[in-house]
Design a protein around this ligand. Structure first.
Ligand code: PMP
Ligand code: GLU
Length: 398
């Protein structure tokens, strides 16, 4: 038996580099190596008690039947209220679909909207799974590169240049995984202006890091005049509420798209986990200030990590305004030999750091930027200090 028996679809699919690196770190740890994993993006906090209590109550109240495919009405109502409260977006319950993580929300959208050969604009760096999810639907990712110099944000001119008659959508995250960049209202308005004369282009706005934002303000592109009807707003509870394992994501979308996603989900997974849905009602009804302690901790760690990164020769970073990653440009090391190892690219550097610093990171290649590596700072300050000490040591040139 071998891969020849598998579908072309699966043979052509890349493994998720974030999950692969996390698995590798776990494997090495199990072998007794002292690995610090800065690979996987997940909060190191526990799910807040008030959410856990809501889940326990849901179990006791026997919320154990199949839930509606698109989510419980009370949850959809809580999402509608959340979108109005935080984003100025006026969705109705018919616009909402709850899924098994924002990852499934994204997959649904791709399958529901993309035809073979449709182009999808991806400002790079983009979140690792976008390109594979788009390709699985037959779409063609059109990658628009950025760099530290532009705070990893695309300009209206770049967007204009990327548009062709085949452009179907643009997908982006703000705050961005992996760069931490946050587009402000002015910048989003300028991008929306470019899209004005192409009303057939839809935008996927992935706002899963919305609350982990140190910039002081947040803007959903769907709230820019002219954008609501063609924006699919993706969000979830994994990051802000430290609920990665609960697997709840959701969208707000034009009703015909919501219906299409529900149709697909109804044939594939049915409604998302009933207990997690009930718990999510409690999470979304809470004031965002309830999770302020986590955001504050991430902010402090961001400042610490910037200080630590800037202390290492050859790493060039932007100031990430949100999420919990730094995405240094490491191209200074390309072509250099460290401890006898020739570093040709970001993949080599990530593997080198794993072996010589025992620190797991993710190559920027997976995010569409081959000059960078991603490090998650969703871990304690003590661990971060130790990790960067090791990295600094390993990157010393002889
Ligand atoms: N979008 C972005 C930008 C992410 O970083 C993640 C990471 N998990 C997801 C979507 C998927 O979220 P979920 O865990 O809810 O599937
Ligand atoms: N979103 C997280 C990350 O980028 C989790 C991993 C994943 O879902 O792929 O690390």
């Amino acid at each position: 038996m071998s891969t020849q028996h598998l579908s072309d679809r699966i043979n052509n699919l890349s493994v998720s580099q974030t999950l692969a690196m996390a698995a590798k770190a776990r494997e090495l740890t199990a072998l007794g190596k002292d690995i610090i994993s800065l690979s996987l993006g997940e909060p190191d906090f526990n799910t807040p008690d008030f959410i856990k209590e809501a889940a326990k109550k849901a179990i006791d109240e026997n919320w154990s039947n199949y839930p509606p495919v698109d989510g419980y009405l009370e949850l959809k109502q809580a999402i509608v209220t959340k979108f109005q409260r935080d984003n100025g977006l006026n969705y109705q319950p018919a616009n909402i679909v709850v899924s098994t993580g924002a990852k499934q929300s994204l997959y649904n959208i791709a399958q529901a909207m993309i035809n073979e050969g449709d182009e999808v604009i991806l400002p790079a760096p983009y979140w690792v799974s976008y390109s594979e999810i788009i390709k699985m639907a037959g779409g063609i990712p059109v990658v628009v590169p950025t760099s530290v110099a532009s705070d990893f944000k695309i300009t209206p001119y770049q967007l204009q240049q990327a548009i062709t008659p085949k452009t179907k959508m643009m997908w982006f995250s703000s705050p961005c995984n992996p760069s931490g960049s946050v587009y402000n209202r002015e910048e989003l308005t300028a991008l929306a202006d470019v899209l004005k004369n192409r009303e057939d282009i839809f935008v996927v706005s992935d706002e899963i890091y919305e609350h982990i934002n140190f910039s002081g303000s947040f803007c959903s592109i769907g709230s820019i005049p002219g954008m609501f009807e063609r924006t699919i707003t993706v969000n979830g509870v994994a990051k802000a509420f430290a609920m990665t394992g609960w697997r709840i994501g959701y969208i707000g979308a034009p009703e015909f798209i919501a219906k299409a996603c529900t149709k697909l989900q109804g044939q594939v997974t049915s409604g998302a986990n009933s207990i997690a849905q009930r718990a999510t009602i409690a999470a979304l009804e809470a004031a965002p200030s309830e999770i302020g302690y986590m955001v504050e901790a991430f902010h402090k760690r961001r400042d610490l990590v910037l200080h630590l990164v800037n202390d290492i020769k050859g790493l060039e970073v932007n100031v990430p305004e949100g999420a919990f990653y730094v995405f240094p440009d490491v191209s200074y090391y390309f072509g250099k030999t460290l401890n006898g190892v020739l570093i040709n690219n970001a993949d080599d550097l990530a593997m080198y750091l794993l072996e010589y610093a025992n620190v797991a990171t993710v190559t920027g290649d997976a995010f569409g930027n081959p000059n960078c590596i991603r490090l998650s700072y969703a871990t304690s300050e003590t661990i971060l200090i130790e990790a960067f000490k090791r990295i600094k040591e390993a990157l010393k040139e002889q």
